[in-house]
Design a protein around this ligand. Structure first.
Ligand code: NDP
Ligand code: 2IT
Length: 451
């Protein structure tokens, strides 16, 4: 087939997928971004199309939706919806986080699960892709309410997961505390001490050192690799970071460790800009210990910091940008602002935070752009290392885990870079990540038959 035929075939396939999955705009967006880059590999390897691989890859192996009833502290009953989408297990057990956020719906879980398939393939660690969560809003809920919710959620989820089947972890609204309650309920229902059924566990009961840090640290390592490719490093670079959760905090910590200067953080209420650079210990105290808001950071930090309610963090001039909050938080207008202010590189800590138009603009003007499925793969990679430690009943030192993370992020960067070059798109990490991830999953699916 010629390039034109392939593009036509992909376009009609995309239209079909869109029609079969109505009202799931985030899922459509994630699929479109991948299909747009696959033409060269489908031309080089016609057996993929013949085996219906794209159609199979875009249809989850299994989708589970369930009721999650729970009682608040006043005894009122609430009903939330629980999801787990087991997307693809060609390379290993389904693996991917759980998100608790009021915006969660099937389309969002499917977009996240779809991305996860390619991301996990890129790690080279033998993990399939899945994602789950609930439209539960943890903001303002007491510890006891969070526990009851997690217990109710696991009372259904437990029958679908297992160390060799499906291994959830955290995502937005799910951290070590929630993984603890989920693990406790799983253990109670199954009467199994099955450490490898969840990752992101606490230290002392099966969690891996460096898992909390891994996504943010990994993203900074990816950013460093992109800069190295251009003959630069992180030293002295001013960074704009969005979010103030797990990914954002450890992104900033690693940036500081490597000599860069993060000057912003944000939450859904607005952003903070700190002329002296973010004080990471203060931010951790407010967000991780007190579970507070970034506005409190500005109040306590003194004259160097101010809170901008409802503002766009991308207004702050910087050399590099690391979106680390949520999907579609950086649009074309934001990209124009960043470019006008001289940004050189953007690396996605969050999943799909940059809209397609913004990505195109960055690529057009030569801003290095690291897509989430490569740049934020450090989190799930260390989750896979946690599974390895659990299976062998050992725990590795922080130094050993960090060394592995460093190696994995370098390998992912090299793979994306070389794949992009091989398929005629030098410097295009989006194409490199999509094709490299696709080839790994597609080859496994080809070998395993029509399943
Ligand atoms: P957290 O819950 O720890 O933090 C999320 C942060 O993003 C908070 O500051 C939150 O603010 C903000 N945020 C979330 N949703 C919105 C929204 N709709 N609008 C504005 N701000 C929002 O989550 P993580 O740090 O774990 O996750 C952040 C991103 O990174 C997500 O895209 C996630 O999928 C991705 N990711 C996470 C990994 C992990 O290991 N945890 C691994 C790879 C990617 P507020 O409190 O006001 O809601
Ligand atoms: O998006 C992600 O990669 C995650 N939320 C982490 C998944 C995991 O299984 O550690």
């Amino acid at each position: 087939m010629t390039r034109l035929d392939t593009k036509d075939a992909l376009a009609s396939l995309y239209a079909e997928i869109e029609g079969r999955n109505p009202a799931q705009p985030e899922f459509h967006q994630a699929v479109h971004e991948v299909l747009e880059t696959l033409a060269p590999v489908l031309e080089a390897r016609p057996e993929y199309a013949e085996a219906g691989l794209i159609e199979r890859l875009c249809e989850p192996e299994r989708q589970i939706i369930f009721r999650v009833p729970w009682q608040d502290d006043r005894g009122r009953v609430h009903v939330n919806r629980g999801f787990r989408v087991e997307f693809n297990s060609a390379l290993g057990p389904y693996k991917g986080g759980l998100r608790f956020h009021p915006s969660v719906n099937l389309g969002i879980v499917k977009f996240l699960g779809f991305e996860q398939v390619f991301k996990n393939a890129l790690t080279g660690l033998g993990i399939g892709g899945g994602k789950g969560g609930s439209d539960f809003d943890p903001h303002g809920r007491s510890d006891a309410e969070i526990m009851r919710f997690c217990q109710s959620y696991m009372t259904e989820l437990y029958r679908h997961i297992g160390e060799h089947t499906d291994v959830p972890a955290g995502d937005i609204g799910v951290g070590t505390r929630e993984i603890g309650y989920l693990f406790g309920q799983y253990r109670r229902i199954t009467n199994r001490w099955e450490a490898g059924v969840l990752t992101g566990k606490g230290q002392g009961w099966g969690g891996s050192l460096i898992r909390p840090e891994a996504t943010g640290y990994g993203n900074v390592l990816f950013m460093a690799a992109m800069l190295r490719e251009r003959g630069e490093d992180l030293e002295g670079q001013t960074a704009v970071v969005s979010g103030s959760g797990n990914v954002a905090i450890y992104t900033m910590e690693k940036l500081i460790a490597l000599g860069a200067n993060p000057v912003t953080c944000s939450d859904s209420g607005g952003y903070v800009v700190d002329d002296k650079g973010i004080d990471i210990e203060l931010l951790k105290q407010i967000k991780e210990v007190e579970r507070g808001r970034v506005s409190e950071y500005a109040e306590r930090r003194g004259a160097s910091a101010r809170f901008v309610p409802n503002g766009r963090v991308w207004e702050v001039p910087a050399d590099i940008a690391l979106p680390s909050a949520t999907q579609n938080e950086l649009d074309e207008k934001d990209a124009e602002t960043l470019i006008r202010n001289g940004v050189k590189a953007v690396s996605e800590g969050a999943n799909m935070p940059t809209t397609p138009a913004a990505v195109q603009l960055f690529q057009k003007v030569g801003v290095a752009f690291g897509p989430g499925k490569a740049a934020n793969a450090g989190g799930v990679a260390v989750s896979a290392l946690e599974m390895t430690q659990n299976h062998s009943r050992t725990s590795w030192t922080a130094a050993r885990v960090e060394e592995e993370l460093d190696r994995i992020m370098r390998d992912i960067h090299t793979t994306c870079h070389e794949t992009a070059e091989r398929y005629g798109a030098p410097g295009d990490y989006v194409t490199g990540a999509n094709i490299a991830g696709f080839e790994r999953v597609a080859d496994a699916m080809l070998a395993q038959g029509v399943i």
